[in-house]
Design a protein. Structure first.
Length: 282
């Protein structure tokens, strides 16, 4: 990986949830190259182990852990393992999250003849699906913060980075649960930054715009690989005219994690969206 710049994270213990996914495994690699000891947490331990192995094979320090961010007992057990392996957590990246088809409508707008169509409308959204999405994104940020922030109290250079979304500012059609959950993450980032301001813990977030990943592939691409109408709308509303790339997330992440660079920065969410949030469409 070619880092845009390096920050000093030497011997910092960095815990990353959702690290078996594409985005957070990439961030894991970035902080490892800055000298951190990286703990990759994921419900899918095989995925976390695979990414950790790649990092270790390139000469850095990393280990995968099985963890369910919706179960405090699982988080606490994982915390105990990390304490034995590397010591106290210095930095927590709350990356676990995602959407689910059960919490997604088929239609962007309600129309008068919807009852005659074979579509999933707002009225058909599955309660358990909505709860799953909200819990995964919000509770899956709150619980890891409860468990790992205890290590950070009163210690210098410790901080938390949450992963929000541009959905937090302007909700997208079709995905009400995900948009609401990410709005909660952004609000929680501000709340937690204030709450921890007297004990030396900074709390910030990044808000990625549109990145093409496995999780949103069905919304963005047809089965034959051609772009959906939604993709056309997204790119037309993104002044830079493209989807984000994983490397686009690294610079802001390293800045916020660095106590040297961002020592007086807390409670902010940085958009990384190619100008999407700035464009009125005119």
């Amino acid at each position: 990986m070619k880092l845009p710049f390096k920050v000093d994270l030497k011997d910092k213990v960095v815990v990353i949830t959702g690290a078996g996914g594409i985005i957070c495994s990439h961030l894991a690699r970035a902080v490892a190259e800055c000298g951190a000891k990286v703990c990759l947490l994921d419900l899918n331990k095989d995925a976390a182990d695979a990414y950790a192995k790649e990092i270790v094979n390139d000469g850095y320090v990393a280990k995968g852990y099985a963890c369910n961010v919706l179960e405090k007992e699982s988080l606490e057990a994982c915390h105990e393992e990390i304490l034995k392996d590397f010591g106290k957590c210095d930095i927590l990246i709350n990356g676990a999250g995602g959407n689910n088809p059960r919490a997604t409508t088929d239609n962007e707008y309600a129309e008068l003849d919807d009852a005659t169509k074979e579509i999933k409308t707002f009225f058909d959204l599955d309660k358990s699906g909505v709860e799953f999405v909200f819990n995964l994104n919000f509770i899956g940020t709150l619980l890891p913060s409860q468990v790992f922030a205890k290590d950070m109290i009163g210690r210098k250079g410790c901080n938390i980075l949450n992963i929000s979304s541009m959905n937090a500012y302007t909700p997208l059609t079709k995905i009400p649960a995900y948009s609401g959950a990410k709005a909660a993450v952004t609000n929680f980032t501000q709340w937690l930054a204030v709450h921890f301001s007297h004990v030396g813990i900074r709390v910030n977030a990044i808000a990625p715009g549109f990145f093409s990943t496995k999780q949103n592939a069905k919304l963005l691409w047809n089965e034959d690989g051609t772009p959906t109408a939604r993709t056309g709308k997204i790119l037309a509303a993104t002044p830079m005219g493209r989807f984000g790339e994983l490397d686009d997330l690294v610079g802001a992440t390293l800045f916020l994690l660095s106590n040297d660079a961002a020592n007086f920065v807390t409670g902010v969410t940085i958009p990384i969206d190619g100008g999407f949030s700035s464009y009125s469409g005119v």
